[in-house]
Ligand binder design. Structure first.
Ligand SMILES: C[S@@+](CC[C@H](N)C(=O)[O-])C[C@H]1O[C@@H](n2cnc3c(N)ncnc32)[C@H](O)[C@@H]1O
Length: 206
């Protein structure tokens, strides 16, 4: 038998590496407390997560991202800023919601500038559709919120239609000054190109 010479990648500081990817995790255990939990799904380079975590030290932030380089960047950013309330999970977004997170554990989930998959033949790859909404409602606490932003008008309309057809979440107003909400890396980039972002906010009924 040929010995397995591959080494396991060491975890980054602040990286959440589940012992078992086929069992639910206990977020409180990873943070060491029961503070409110916010998820940044597809966090990219993590500017949003890091600024939120700095502003709200009394909340926990779990950033989910599939690209290793971006995961490393967020982990190191959290370490540099000495943030104790950030963990980064390198995993696929929908899988995380469907299988890793326990029921009713999330206070707010941020889905910011997800890939819009503009071509019709790729629409089935869009995250914002029924399986995502079902998984989202499972993990949100009663009264927990979804906050979604995109620069892509057609994806925004698509998302609104899917949300209405799903009927498991109630829409809320989201005026610009409602609460502290830093811009993401992609938002800054797109606004610099003159693009306009649209946002929606919805809540799981109490
Ligand atoms: C357009 S970027 C937006 C990043 C960040 N939210 C922002 O606004 O700056 C989308 C991010 O989601 C990540 N991503 C896309 N699909 C994903 C998936 N299925 N699971 C986890 N991450 C995903 C990409 O790697 C990328 O970093």
């Amino acid at each position: 038998m040929v010995p397995n010479t591959k080494t396991v990648r060491p975890a980054e500081p602040n990286e959440l590496v589940p012992e078992d990817y086929f069992a639910e995790i206990d977020p409180d255990q990873f943070f060491g407390n029961e503070a409110p939990l916010e998820i940044d799904l597809g966090c990219g380079d993590g500017k949003f997560t890091l600024e939120m975590a700095e502003y709200y030290p009394e909340r926990n932030f779990l950033a989910v991202e599939r690209l290793l380089g971006r995961v490393r960047k967020v982990c190191r950013g959290a370490e540099r800023r000495n943030l104790k309330n950030v963990r980064v999970l390198r995993l696929e977004s929908l899988y995380t919601l469907q299988w890793l997170l326990p029921e009713s554990c999330v206070d707010r989930l941020h889905l910011l500038c997800p890939d819009p998959w503009p071509k019709a033949k790729h629409h089935r790859r869009r995250l914002f559709q029924e399986p995502f909404l079902r998984a989202l409602v499972r993990v949100l606490k009663p009264g927990g919120e979804l906050l979604f932003k995109t620069d892509h008008d057609e994806y925004f309309e698509w998302s609104q239609e899917h949300l209405e057809a799903f009927a498991g979440l109630e829409c809320l107003d989201w005026p610009g000054n409602a609460f502290f909400y830093p811009k993401t890396d992609f938002q800054i980039q797109w606004e610099a190109e003159g693009k306009r972002l649209q946002g929606l906010r919805a809540r799981k009924p109490k």
